[in-house]
Design a protein around this ligand. Structure first.
Ligand code: COA
Length: 173
């Protein structure tokens, strides 16, 4: 682990330019949206009255990654009623570890694990309201993410919800 302390900094007009430059390798692009897309999605979510909090991950003063937390309140979702019936219960009124990436040049230095700890500390302040779980999902081929999440106690759901290609996993808060 590098010596610089890892910090989460909320995305704002000062750090936006630095954070949208961070990228994963070409092979990893299937696993995570670009940061610019995620930040646009956070903007749209908040504009609709929902909750999305994007963060830059910093090692000291250096931007090294990006993560985003969400929370979908039951009733706020834009699914039609049929979709809602098929959406698993844990999706609502729980925290979503929505996006997570460390820049390709900064991976395997311990920043991801440290950032994840900080993100869970933040979630446990319940910034969008009470919740029992944090949930996330990942591509079945994403062995690194799968192992990392499992080491934090995330447990895979036994069933893949209809229409999903990513495996959901839950952590009791
Ligand atoms: C997942 C990701 C955020 C991890 O970030 P990171 O800073 O490299 O992670 P760390 O350095 O803290 O390493 C965490 C663990 O993963 C392991 N690891 C990281 N990269 C690895 C690799 N390429 N191959 C094998 N193991 C790897 C580390 O050895 C470490 O294991 P340990 O803690 O058991 O010793 C990063 O790989 C990434 O951005 N991937 C592409 C985007 C992505 O998949 N996001 C998640 C979407 S669900």
């Amino acid at each position: 682990m590098s010596k610089e302390a890892v910090r989460l900094v909320k995305v704002d007009t000062d750090n936006l330019d630095d954070l949208i430059k961070l990228t994963v390798s070409d092979e990893q692009k299937q696993f995570v949206a670009s940061n610019i897309y995620s930040i646009a999605e956070a903007y749209a979510t908040v504009a609709e009255g929902g909750f999305a909090q994007p963060f830059g991950i910093y090692a000291g003063d250096k931007p090294v990654g990006f993560l985003m937390i969400g929370y979908i309140k039951r009733g706020d979702e834009d699914d039609d009623e049929d979709d809602e019936e098929e959406t698993p219960d844990y999706v609502y009124d729980n925290y979503l570890f929505w996006r997570f990436m460390i820049d390709k040049e900064e991976q395997r230095k311990g920043y991801g694990r440290e950032a994840m700890k900080l993100a869970l500390d933040y979630i446990r302040t319940f910034p969008a309201g009470k919740a029992e779980y944090c949930w996330l999902s990942y591509e079945p081929e994403n062995k690194v993410a799968r192992k990392l999440y499992s080491s934090f106690g995330f447990v895979e759901e036994p069933e893949l919800p209809k229409g999903w290609d990513e495996i959901p996993a839950l952590l009791k808060l």
